[in-house]
Design a protein around this ligand. Structure first.
Ligand code: HXC
Ligand code: NAP
Length: 292
């Protein structure tokens, strides 16, 4: 559970918000839902497994005193999404925000994937994200309400990445939808942003992306300039800011929170981190020597 003292916004900052978090029963979705609820929002968490979302909702409500609804909803199915949205509106009177967080992902050489394996990830992430955006967007536009969409992407939505190609394609698609609708639906006062986290430990991601057989052989914190993985409250704070009116002028943004990981991979000479301070004397001599 996120601790109240780790939140940056003041108590009650989200008290007028009703926020849907897809995949909110576990991992980062759960942590964001906890943060929103601690700040006074009414939250509805969706996932395929009813027992998981129900348990999480009960635990969050017990900790925050704020109501959390739990719905079994497979975001791949538009009718289920629309029905769930209507249930949230009926329960809380309105919906003000959507966090597209539900995802499927696993590492695999692409040539080993069946077309169904590729589709399952595309369908959860891109089709599911599109379904939720379309259902909420139509509702906000029809009711002339302002809306706010946050999609959880990844840094490789921009860079691409081998071994998670369906996920890279789907997240890139979500980034494209975000940047496109941020402009097209600004006239309806609907905002779109994404957060691209670097590694934040969750069971869902770790089991499928960093299984022990790999993490034993490779310390991936070495890829991260700040030398550590993310803390869930750091993501929950950023997400709370985006879901609040404090960020009302921000739209179409991708906010990266990864300890500098992707830049380290991209910068041409960042590999020179491996040179020890005492080795630089010798290297400097060699480099200066070129001139004379
Ligand atoms: C190859 C695989 C596979 C694997 C499944 N498939 N796992 N192929 N390697 N490891 C294939 C199956 O054989 C099948 O194809 C097809 O994919 C569908 O698989 P099912 O098991 O029937 O699907 P389902 O039960 O719906 O499970 C979906 C899932 C699963 C995506 C495969 O992992 C899941 O439920 N994930 C949800 C949570 C999740 O992934 N969380 C991590 C997000 S982390 P065939 O052809 O045999 O029918 C994340 C972080 C990114 O995104 C960045 C980190 C830094
Ligand atoms: P997680 O705990 O496995 O979360 C994924 C959630 O999505 C689960 O609660 C799952 O619940 C739900 N889900 C999957 N398919 C669904 C569907 N068809 N309909 C509705 N819900 C569905 O993993 P996580 O690490 O917290 O990931 C959360 C988000 O952060 C994802 O978008 C992921 O890509 C992103 N992310 C994570 C990291 C990281 O380091 N953890 C880094 C970058 C980005 P059910 O199985 O019950 O449906």
């Amino acid at each position: 559970m996120i601790e109240k003292e780790n939140l940056m916004l003041r108590e009650g900052a989200l008290k007028d918000e009703v926020i849907i978090v897809t995949g909110g029963g576990t991992g980062l979705g759960r942590s964001m839902a906890e943060g929103f609820s601690l700040l006074g929002a009414k939250v509805s968490i969706w996932g395929r497994r009813l027992e998981v979302v129900q348990k999480t909702a009960a635990e969050i409500t017990a900790a925050t005193g704020n109501e959390v609804s739990a719905l079994a909803c497979d975001v791949r199915n538009y009718d289920e999404v629309e029905t769930s949205l209507n249930l949230v509106i009926a329960k809380f009177g309105k919906v003000t925000g959507l966090v597209n967080n539900a995802a499927g992902n696993f590492i695999s050489p692409t040539e080993r994937l069946s077309h169904r394996a590729f589709d399952i990830v595309l369908d959860i992430v891109l089709k599911g994200g599109k379904n939720c955006i379309l259902a909420c967007g139509k509702y906000w536009i029809k009711e002339k309400l302002q809306g706010n969409v946050l999609s959880i992407t990844t840094t490789y939505a921009t860079t691409g990445s081998g071994y998670v190609v369906p996920s890279a394609a789907a997240k890139a698609g979500m980034l494209a939808i975000t940047r496109s609708l941020a402009v097209e639906w600004a006239k309806y006062n609907i905002r779109f942003n994404t957060i691209s986290p670097g590694p934040f430990p969750t069971k869902g991601a770790w089991d499928r992306l960093f299984p022990e057989a790999i993490s034993n052989r490779f310390d991936f914190t070495k890829k991260i300039p700040l030398g550590r993985v993310g803390n869930h409250h750091e993501l929950a704070n950023l997400a709370s800011y985006i879901m609040s009116d404090f960020s009302a002028f921000m739209t179409g943004e991708e906010l990266i929170i990864d300890g500098g990981e992707w830049l380290k991979g991209a910068g041409e000479f960042n590999f020179l981190d491996m040179i020890k301070p005492e080795e630089w004397d010798e290297l400097e001599k060699i480099v200066r020597g070129v001139k004379s």
